[in-house]
Design a protein around this ligand. Structure first.
Ligand SMILES: *Cc1c(COP(=O)(O)O)cnc(C)c1O
Length: 389
């Protein structure tokens, strides 16, 4: 085991802030009531805690508390919007427009609807930085389009889309607009009203909150079918006993997120410095995503002549915890669907590395990566039969 683990995979999940852990503890041990039980004190305490965290989260994304619906995370929020728009909406509108670079929590439900005959979808092209052209959205909208869903920032390459412009185009055609903002919330300012979206997905464990809790922002008056059926929780729109401790933790994380957001300029510089350092030391290394319109904490690169997973193995031996792309697909031998959609050749896409930092990442951590990775790449290239230098 290396002496010290350096965590550089904050796009997969983040360390729970100690203050968040502290805030949650009473809701396991003393304040364990069911928020739906309003005839006694423990139940009312739980309800009050839920109300508070709803307010905290609403403040973070400039929404109203009644526009926040707690879910089990962004996967559920994304599934809810997609299923709710097609199965619970206007029976004549079954078509959804999205991007090929979306998270699987968007792409898989779209494919499921299509495969089972419930709906249809169009994926718009993206350029090599991962950006979509708003004109392409304009052309793709059909009379039966039920929803446009385009992510705020990409979880593999960090590219930020021009959501206000895209949402405006959807609205001109009378189509509701959803954004998966999971990688942006808590890292940069996200203002649901300014974005002009009708719905937005987020997840607590991506901004130093606990796993298993997230939310769907649903703008007041938005039509949306029910996805989880059962009890009357979340204003009759999402059934299931409320995850009170999780909500309290997410609310606390939302409250302190301004500290993380204030660190964004430093993180942007640090990821830039890592890129310059790697580019100077490694021949045939390429940067993915958009150099300017990006979240500050993520750097994605591809190296020729070395498998991403093999590089990760070397880095792990030095205590560096890094990813080759999305945590959801790592382990599979398929190259990233995001990189392929950006036009990265298949061979090169196999050599992808995603470095995602946080407010806890120091200059020393970054320097250690820049010192360690070139050696790993060189060793792998020496062993490669296809690498020609
Ligand atoms: C992590 C992530 C998800 C899934 O969130 P969970 O809360 O883990 O289900 C969805 N979309 C994006 C963009 C993500 O980064």
């Amino acid at each position: 085991m290396p002496e010290r683990l350096i965590y550089l995979d904050n796009a997969a999940t983040t360390r729970v802030d100690p203050r968040v852990v502290e805030s949650m503890l009473p809701y396991f041990s003393e304040k364990y009531g069911n928020a739906a039980s309003q005839y006694y004190e423990l139940g009312r305490q739980a309800r009050a805690a839920l109300d508070t965290s709803r307010e905290q989260l609403a403040r973070l994304i400039s929404a109203l508390p009644e526009e926040i619906y707690f879910t089990s995370g962004a996967t559920e929020s994304d599934n809810w919007v997609i299923m709710g728009s097609v199965l619970g909406g206007n029976a004549k509108k079954k078509h959804i427009i999205s991007l090929p670079t979306e998270h699987h929590a968007i792409l898989e439900p779209l494919e499921w609807l299509k495969k089972n005959g419930y709906g249809d979808y169009t994926l718009l092209p993206v350029d090599k930085t991962g950006k979509v052209d708003p004109d392409d959205l304009k052309k793709a909208i059909r009379p039966d389009t039920a929803l446009v869903t385009i992510m705020h920032s990409n979880n593999e390459i960090g590219t930020i889309q021009d959501i206000p412009a895209l949402a405006a185009i959807a609205h001109e055609a009378g189509v509701p607009f959803h954004t998966d903002a999971t990688q942006s919330v808590g890292k940069i300012a996200v203002d649901a009203k300014a974005l002009g979206v009708d719905s937005l997905s987020l997840s607590a464990h991506k901004f130093h909150g606990p796993k298993g809790i997230g939310a769907l922002y649903l703008k007041k008056g938005t039509r949306m079918g029910v996805f989880m059926h059962g009890g009357g929780q979340e204003n009759n729109r999402r059934a299931g006993t409320s995850n009170v401790s999780g909500a309290v933790g997410m609310g606390c994380a939302a409250d302190i997120a301004s500290e993380y957001i204030a660190d964004a300029p430093r993180q942007r510089q640090l990821t830039e410095d890592i890129w310059v350092g790697l580019a100077n030391a490694i021949p045939k290394i390429y940067r993915n995503g958009h150099p300017e319109d990006r979240i500050p904490n993520l750097l994605s690169v591809c190296v020729e002549g070395a498998e991403g997973e093999a590089i990760l193995g070397y880095l792990d031996m030095s205590g560096l915890q890094v990813s080759s792309g999305s945590a959801c697909t790592s382990g599979s031998l398929e190259p990233s669907h995001v990189l392929l959609a950006c036009g990265v050749p298949v061979e090169l896409a196999h050599g992808s590395i995603r470095i995602s930092i946080s407010h806890e990442t120091s200059l020393e951590d970054a320097s250690f990566l820049v010192k360690t990775m070139p050696g790993a790449v060189e060793r792998l290239r020496t062993m490669s039969v296809t690498w020609k230098g």
